[in-house]
Write a protein that binds this ligand. Structure first.
Ligand code: DGL
Length: 273
């Protein structure tokens, strides 16, 4: 039994779509969520800079006593997952993988749309996953500039958000995709609008439940699960202001009275930050 918390981070609120699945899959685990809102968005940043942020955050989470770290951000996983595993050997580090494998199994049209930030598509992780699982399937890779920022601002029904979403989804659907993968953890907060725009003939995949199951499996295999009677609580920290994160949690029904703290992390390699 291991009662230490699980650390989880993202550039901002997106990782909360993974956190809520982790809470569902592992209701007895304490969790510590870190939103790097001083640096959001990660999408347009160089990979080396994202790696530096991720290393600083992971070091901090481990310093807070976390037993495992979930990189709840596709962009950060693309840029830093291997680096984090090399830098912190022995610590389970779970990352986001674009769900190309289930998408390829589901498509009947042979066309899969993937929505993500530019860094996610550039990373070796995506190239390797696509190369391994997408044979015989056409992947339509759609960079969704600005979409995560709209989610971050907290209004999924804003007409500007919906117009942007319409443009990106339209480009993918016009190419005949019948499966759409949300390869950015911010996008599941737009799920209602996405399903509306896609219609019933298109399957939309949010990889978060699979990531939560993978985490549960990893902790069980390493005998690192918490005991069943331990109280399950989550704490939330941000490198930005606490109030907007708290408001997002409450307005999206994710927590009633969340504990949110603002934390200043060292800037690491300041030439990169
Ligand atoms: N949530 C992040 C992801 O999954 C991206 C948002 C950002 O650009 O910071 O890719």
């Amino acid at each position: 039994m291991d009662e230490r918390p699980i650390g989880i981070f993202d550039s901002g609120v997106g990782g909360l779509s993974v956190w809520r699945e982790m809470v569902r899959a592992l209701p007895h685990e304490e969790m510590l969520y870190f939103a790097d809102q001083a640096h959001v968005p990660y999408g347009p940043r160089p990979a080396a800079q994202i790696r530096s942020f991720c290393e600083t955050i992971t070091r901090w989470l481990l310093g807070q006593g976390c037993k495992a770290v979930v990189v709840a951000c596709n962009t950060a996983s693309a840029a830093a997952l291997k680096h984090l595993r090399d830098t912190f050997p022995g610590v389970p580090v779970i990352g986001m993988e674009p769900a190309v494998k289930p998408a390829a199994a589901l498509t009947r049209a042979g066309v899969v749309g993937i929505l993500a930030t530019p860094t996610t598509f550039q990373g070796r992780l995506f190239q390797a996953t696509a190369g391994r699982h997408a044979s015989g399937v056409r992947l339509v890779n759609q960079v969704c500039d600005g979409l995560a920022e709209h989610v971050e601002r907290g209004d999924p029904d804003d007409p500007r958000t919906l117009a942007l979403l319409d443009r990106y989804l339209g480009a993918v659907l016009d190419q005949g995709a019948d499966v759409v993968v949300l390869a950015c953890t911010h996008y599941p907060f737009l799920m209602e609008a996405i399903r509306r725009r896609c219609g019933p003939g298109v399957t939309v995949i949010d990889p978060a439940p699979a990531i939560a199951r993978h985490l549960a499996h990893t902790l069980r295999a390493r005998r690192m699960l918490a005991s069943l009677d331990s109280p399950a609580q989550s704490r939330f920290c941000t490198s930005g202001d606490a109030a907007p994160l708290e408001q997002f949690l409450v307005s999206h029904g994710l927590a009633l009275a969340p504990q949110v703290a603002s934390v200043a992390l060292p800037e690491g390699d300041s030439a990169l930050a």
